[in-house]
Design a protein around this ligand. Sequence first.
Ligand code: SAM
Length: 279
Amino acid sequence: MNYRHIFHAGNPADVMKHAVLALIIDHLRAKPAPFCVLDAHAGIGRYDLDSEPARKTLEFQDGIGRLFGQPAPHPALRPYLDAVNALNPDGRLRWYPGSPRLARALLRDQDRLLLNELHPDDWQILKAEFAGDRQVSTFKTDAYQALKAHLPPREKRGLVLIDPPFEQPDEFARMAEGLKAAHRRWSTGIYALWYPIKERAAVWRFQEAVENTGIRKILRVELTWHPEDTHLRLNGSGLLIVNPPWTLDDTLRDLLPALHAALPSTGGGCTVDWLVPEG
Ligand code: SAM
């Protein structure tokens, strides 16, 4: 396990992922009934952009660095940017909320957050970050085991984030299988699956595998910032969202072009469509 998210925290892929997650959780807040968020690959929870690894890559500069302290390029970025701003009250961008801190910022008193992280060092940091928080539980197990252990949640509504580091060559296949097994346990939950866009053929194979699970109502959301003419770099990233909240597709069709325009790019673009419709 060599991957550490601190090198990438706040980059354009994180911005897209976290802006969409914030919208999903914001939507869950519309009803008073409690919800649960299960983050199967949680990372450390909160990232210090002044740290050596973050400063080594400076990836955040082309991501959150372009949005912070500026007028929001789209109103739908509000729940996400509010969470970033809350961590940096003096107006200087130092702390970046990973998915755990972002989700925590949006929980109400009745909601729960389950965080899972396998890397022993990252798990220690994550555990310390949320120590004493009675709404948050942390686990150190394999993500796909965590899905088996915690689904369905007792709240019967909520979000599952599957956000692996793609260190293993079979990660796409494991993700499709993991979704299938999780959906068998809990078919009404919202699932968000993050994936890198480097080699388009690998993404197609993944999406075909997800289609072949037979699961319906899957929204595909992609943002690319380079033309897809090389598989050597990250050209963009995507999210498959199972059971997305009503109207999320329309909101994202409006938001993504604004996000693409606000972030640096050498081309690319965005897609919001149904990989599998409800039908
Ligand atoms: N979700 C985080 C966020 O948005 O802030 C970022 C997660 S990062 C892309 C992927 C994380 O998964 C890493 O922290 C890595 O240590 C962890 N990881 C890798 N393999 C795992 C596994 N089999 N089960 C659980 N976590 C794993």
